[in-house]
Design a protein around this ligand. Structure first.
Ligand code: HEC
Length: 121
């Protein structure tokens, strides 16, 4: 049958495309939507992986504020434009993480939800 190779290629393509979906950000997206966002469970891993390399205590690379525990991180998101900076594009002035890549939108959304829910620890 002439259509067989075409069908084979098509199904292989679909297979490849459906497998591409297992990145780190998707794991974050699978968070139970009814669950409240807490620093310890959701936010700390994001900050540790993307911010603490500079925002350590004491800070490194000229970073202005430490972000190594709940009080410090809450303080930063309450009193600075941190969320806005994460939402900017790489290369834009003030973008965070500085010289890094933009965080997955799912992670940024989690931080925003955490703020809206009142910074649960
Ligand atoms: C490569 C180093 C580096 C990384 C990684 C980094 N920062 Fe920064 N950050 C800096 C430096 C340097 C400054 C000071 C210059 C400035 O304000 O842009 C700064 C400043 C800030 C400020 C301004 C604080 C204030 O006092 O107004 C915020 C907010 C901030 N960073 C948030 C973040 C967040 C959130 C992350 C992780 C998503 C992050 N940064 C990752 C280097 C970094």
């Amino acid at each position: 049958m002439k259509t067989t190779p075409f069908l084979l290629i098509l199904s292989a393509l679909i297979l490849v495309m459906s497998c591409e979906n297992s990145s780190e950000s998707d794991l974050i997206e699978q968070t139970d939507p009814t669950e409240n966002i807490s620093y310890n469970i959701h936010i700390r891993p994001i900050i540790n992986a993307n911010c603490v390399s500079c925002h350590a205590n004491p800070t490194i690379n000229g970073a202005s504020v430490p972000m190594t525990d709940y009080t410090q991180v809450k303080n930063v998101f309450e009193n600075t434009n941190a969320l806005d900076r994460m939402n900017r594009q790489p290369g834009q002035s003030g973008f965070m993480p500085l010289v890094g890549t933009r965080l997955p939108q799912a992670s940024i959304d989690l931080v925003e939800q955490w703020m809206n829910e009142g910074y649960l620890e």
